[in-house]
Design a protein around this ligand. Structure first.
Ligand code: SF4
Length: 710
């Protein structure tokens, strides 16, 4: 509209010319003529640039997305006018090389999920922690000079957590207050007087003694999961180690007697540790990387919701299906992953150990097992004495000493373990070697016992035609006769209880499906991958779940092969990948190395402790009068807790209500390093705002199980 008709003119025209005149005069002014060519007369279209420029950016940078899912995707942040407006995959995985120059495929790209794409909402979100805040009552306790009752506890009026006011302070002020509180806690709970106070607070006597008289032992530090940032997150354990300086000062002891604080765990605390894996294999966890799935013929997804929880790895499953991999999903619900299965077996929660035994039952009964694998790679042929129910020791049969081992280094009593980088063989202590001894199997060809050492596995195995499913009387070196049965025979007897019908009754898996799956798994040994989830770790029978699925995998030759293996999937965050971590965490605080070209001289002053005990009111496990918690695991009372990048220790804690109501009141400081206001912050005393992942300025290391990157 070019001309504007003023209200005053309009009224004038109206009175002078009546309505006809008005219509005639407004025709041009209001553009009432029909528009013949809308494109020629269309108003300014500059605004369309908003859409055209939507994807324009001034600069781009790369950062690592590091939430609890531990996928650690390397993402691109697109910046416009100083603000990250968009996040996307970096598409650079295919260019990554390792130290030897090996490259990975571009098929790792794009590595991202919907949550990563929407991270700007979090980075600039209304719950972003800015600066440092302290709870009002906590500050008042500090300002009042730490008043305490005769039992050592601060007055409850200072601990109105979750309802109190928050005060803004600087990071420097926050650090000073936190340090003063730690010093006061160390002073309060050190020595005999410290123990007396803890006893008055009704801590278990063994927990009081677990402090060893050092108040710093009541301080618990926890980095979040290590792989999220090996220096950033694990710095909390370095801080725990440094508490030895405080202990030395408070108790007046030297570096030789000083003790550090305690460090809470991650992997086992999250119940991500599959308990049966170390029992069967000695390894914390046996696993394969999820991209290997396209190399198998059958994938059994067992209690794991791959599509929902392994987001950037979901494409490997899709691509495997395109390549013809049969997918069987065992879950207690029809999950997102079940919809991708060729077969979905819905089971009763907590019963799948019985399902594994039911599958083993069919394989054993129909003699479908992979005999060569069983003979060479498992201990199933090993003889068990029926008089003691222990393994028959080779030395008891053949006399003489232990067999010489070529693939195992046995450390003498005072011999030190070499640094991790020099480990090329298994290293065991002399004591462990003695405990192991050597084993015996029965050779059907010669009808005689044969020695089996730990070296004799796989291609080094001498087990050719063993007795598997019968008993035999063995004459010992001292002339005594002992009835023995192979481990295989004992397991066979046990599995006989789990016929398909019984298995159906226990697990709800149809008997027909049990038989079909068992026969299918046995048909082509070594071609099935079992991806087992961490959810089943939470059941009390969780170790059985691992031991039974591993038995099934062993019977079908599916352990340790690229196309046939078993794994447990929680987060991909094994600190073992960074075997140099002790250089950082455990650097001796009394002997810091300032030359960046020299190695640190580690000395571990801090002590690990499972957070489970804190979660259970700092109780060790007692049943009646019996103390079941072992000596090395006795927890100390918790008087302070400081954690970083972790909400699972308080906000998402199991048994949250009890923790808040009964556990927190006895803890005198809860400090949190966080960039997103979580429920942990809500229950904290002091919150240190930190850089979000896209703001990190220091180089760090992270990894997933396949690719470590820095
Ligand atoms: S999968 Fe995890 S690490 Fe990767 S983008 Fe999503 S949230 Fe971030």
């Amino acid at each position: 509209m070019k001309q504007r008709l003023e209200r005053r003119d309009f009224l004038g025209m109206l009175s002078a010319a009546g309505f006809g005149g008005l219509v005639a005069s407004t025709k041009d002014a209001w553009g009432l003529e029909a528009i013949r060519n809308p494109l020629a007369t269309y108003p300014d279209r500059g605004w369309e640039g908003v859409y055209r420029d939507l994807w324009k950016y001034d600069s781009v940078f790369t950062f690592t997305c590091a939430p609890n899912d531990t996928h650690n995707c390397i993402l691109n942040a697109y910046v416009r006018n100083g603000v990250v407006v968009r996040i996307g995959p970096s598409m650079k995985y295919g260019e990554a090389t390792d130290l030897l120059g090996n490259k990975v495929t571009h098929r790792w790209d794009p590595r991202v999920c919907q949550k990563g794409l929407a991270l700007t909402r979090r980075f600039y979100g209304d719950r972003r922690v800015m600066g440092c805040v302290i709870r009002k009552g906590f500050k008042e306790w500090h300002d009042a000079g730490f008043p305490r009752g005769s039992d050592g506890l601060p007055p409850a009026k200072y601990y109105n957590r979750g309802r109190d006011e928050w005060l803004r302070i600087t990071h420097d002020e926050g650090a000073k207050i936190a340090a003063a509180v730690l010093k006061n806690i160390a002073e309060t709970y050190s020595g005999e007087e410290g123990k007396r106070r803890l006893r008055e607070q009704h801590y278990d006597e063994v927990c009081v003694e677990a402090t060893e008289g050092a108040g710093v032992r009541t301080m618990k530090f926890r980095g979040g999961m290590p792989l999220l940032g090996i220096t950033r997150v694990f710095g909390m354990y370095r801080l725990a180690n440094s508490m030895a300086l405080l202990d030395a000062r408070v108790r007046g002891v030297g570096p030789d007697k000083a003790l550090g604080a305690k460090g809470f765990d991650n992997y086992s605390w999250h119940t991500d540790l599959p308990p049966g894996h170390p029992m069967v294999s000695g390894q914390q966890t046996v696993e394969f990387d999820l991209h290997a799935v396209e190399h198998c013929k059958t994938l059994v997804v067992w209690g794991m919701n791959w599509i929902t929880t392994k987001m950037p790895d979901a494409h490997w499953l899709t691509e495997a299906r395109l390549k013809g991999v049969k997918v069987v999903v065992i879950a207690c619900e029809y999950s997102a992953t079940s919809s991708k299965g060729d077969d979905a077996i819905i089971v009763r929660p907590g019963t799948t150990p019985a399902l594994a035994l039911g599958l083993a039952n069919v394989i054993l009964r129909e003699k479908l097992y992979d005999a060569q694998y069983v003979n060479q790679w498992t201990d199933l042929p090993v003889l068990v004495r029926m008089d003691t129910l222990k393994y028959l020791r080779a030395q008891d049969v053949f006399g003489g000493g232990l067999a010489a081992l070529e693939n195992t280094v046995v450390l003498g009593k005072n011999e030190k373990e070499p640094p991790p980088l020099q480990h090329s063989k298994t290293i065991v202590s002399e004591q462990m070697r003695m405990e192991w001894g050597d084993y015996v199997w029965w050779d059907r060809a010669t009808n005689a016992p044969k020695l089996l050492s730990r070296d004799m596995v796989g291609k080094n195995s001498n087990v050719q035609n063993p007795l598997l499913d019968d008993s035999v009387v063995v004459t010992l070196a001292d002339g005594k006769k002992v009835r023995c049965r192979p481990a295989f025979d004992l397991i066979n007897e046990y599995c006989a209880h789990f016929d398909p019908k019984t298995t159906e009754e226990i697990t709800w898996a149809p008997a027909g499906a049990v038989e079909l799956l068992a026969r299918h798994l046995a048909k082509e040994p070594g071609t099935t991958l079992f991806a087992v989830g961490m959810g089943p770790n939470q059941f009390f029978n969780s170790d059985n779940k691992d031991r039974d699925t591993m038995l099934l995998a062993a019977l079908t030759g599916n352990i340790g092969k690229i196309s046939g293996n078993i794994g447990s999937y929680a987060g991909n965050y094994r600190v073992a990948m960074f075997n140099g971590a002790p250089q950082w965490i455990n650097e001796n605080p009394f002997d810091i190395e300032l030359d960046p070209n020299k190695n640190a001289r580690p000395r571990q002053y801090w002590k690990p402790e499972s957070a489970h005990y804190y979660n259970h009111e700092d109780h060790p496990l007692r049943v009646g009068n019996k103390l079941l918690t072992g000596k090395s695991h006795i927890p100390a009372p918790t008087k302070s807790m400081w954690f970083a990048n972790a909400n699972s220790i308080l906000g998402n804690v199991k048994w949250h209500f009890n923790t808040v109501v009964n556990v927190l009141p006895r803890i005198e400081m809860v400090a949190v390093n966080e960039w997103w206001w979580s429920a942990s912050c809500e229950w904290a005393d002091i919150v240190f705002g930190v850089d979000a992942w896209f703001e990190l300025k220091h180089a760090d290391m992270t990894a997933n199980t396949m690719s470590a990157h820095s």
